[in-house]
Design a binder for this molecule. Structure first.
Ligand code: ZN
Length: 367
């Protein structure tokens, strides 16, 4: 997103912002070994899994979008160095907090037990090697999403550490996210004041498009917004926000432009068939504006500022967008992490007010 530093896009206005999506990468499964219990350490060594890094990103590893050229590391996967994160982002843009979202094969394992063991190890690793090392960092709890019971246990285990500020899921999992089998996750999250972050991604139990398996990564990536739309439709229609009225959901790396059209269809159809979902007593759009937030990058902004204004009007709320850099992925150059054309008062909301409202645990240590 090209525009000059000096207006609201530059470094100064980002100082004190809350970056709601950064991606520390597990450099290799070997680094997790000390954070596993004895049984799982031996299990992984026997299977030779320590030789794999269990990376799930579908980004082609060497594609420019996978990592900004100036953020690549001499060795190791992008995002795997705390020192690099500090110099590239934390010391340069000076956010007050950055929320670590680890995307890892642990979230897609078919074995629920192995999935849970690796998620525990990742949460222990991020706590010891990132959160303990830099007071600006916060993290999402990584959970085994295909076992709601084990996921809820992991939320209970991690929640007492107030630096965990969210529970992380992927948009496309085994079941639509609103289904009642998933509710133990939402119950535990709500009880601890933790939003559910739903990041772009799939556990590939199903094709990313409703049509079947695509041939190209281009199709996979563009289909993500359909996955988010379906996940949101499921959460709203199944009544998750009625059952858990204090729950917030953050759609992370979903883009924004798909949302108004999707909500329009949801509202219109709800008017016609609302008798089958009698627990939905208000327009789906009103529920979404109250409970759902979206991170900013990558912002699929329309090409002109006028069109951007129209999009913001269609969203109908200035409380929904949360600042994110999506470090280390390449969505902007230099320090221009904010799209051009956002009004100054909205920038303040996106960077500070909305994240603080969404993540109440951040307020406890806000400087
Ligand atoms: Zn992301």
């Amino acid at each position: 997103m090209a525009h000059s530093q000096g207006d609201h896009g530059g470094r100064d206005c980002l100082a004190g912002a809350i970056d709601c999506d950064i991606h520390p990468a597990v450099p290799s499964t070997r680094v997790l070994l000390p954070y596993l219990d004895d049984y799982w350490r031996e299990h992984i060594l026997r299977r030779g899994l320590e030789r794999e890094n269990l990376e799930t990103s579908s980004y082609p590893a060497n594609a420019p979008i996978n990592c900004r050229p100036d953020w690549r590391l001499p060795s190791g996967p992008p995002g795997s160095s705390l020192a690099a994160l500090q110099s590239h982002l934390l010391d340069r843009l000076r956010p007050s907090f950055a929320i670590c979202n680890v995307i890892h094969g642990a979230q897609v394992m078919l074995s629920e037990d192995l999935s849970a063991a690796l998620c525990r190890a990742i949460n222990n690793w991020i706590r010891a090697e990132w959160l303990d090392q830099d007071p600006r960092l916060r993290a999402s709890i990584v959970v085994p999403p295909h076992s709601a019971e084990l996921a809820a246990e992991e939320i209970e285990r991690c929640a007492p550490d107030r630096r965990f500020v969210q529970v992380l899921l992927l948009a496309m999992t085994e079941l639509p996210l609103g289904r009642r089998q998933n509710w133990p996750i939402y119950r535990a999250a709500e009880a601890h004041g933790l939003p559910i972050g739903i990041h772009a991604g799939s556990s590939f139990r199903h094709p990313p498009s409703a049509l079947g398996w695509p041939s190209y990564y281009l199709e996979d990536y563009v289909s993500q917004s359909q996955g988010f739309a379906a996940a949101l439709n499921s959460l709203v229609s199944e009544g998750v926000f009625v059952k858990f009225p204090a729950l917030k959901v953050v759609l992370i790396e979903s883009g924004v432009t798909w949302l108004p059209a999707s909500l329009w269809r949801l509202d219109k159809t709800w008017r016609g068939v609302r008798s089958e979902v009698p627990w939905l007593e208000q327009l789906p759009t009103e529920t979404v504006r109250k409970h759902v937030r979206l991170t900013l990058q990558p912002f699929d902004a329309p090409p002109t500022e006028k069109q951007l204004q129209t999009l913001l009007e269609q969203l109908g709320s200035d409380r929904m967008l949360l600042f994110s850099s999506d470090y280390p992925h390449w969505h902007f150059d230099g320090d221009d992490a904010l799209p051009a054309g956002l009004p100054a008062d909205l920038v303040r909301k996106i960077c500070v007010d909305n994240p603080l409202e969404t993540y109440p645990r951040l307020k406890e240590t806000m400087r």
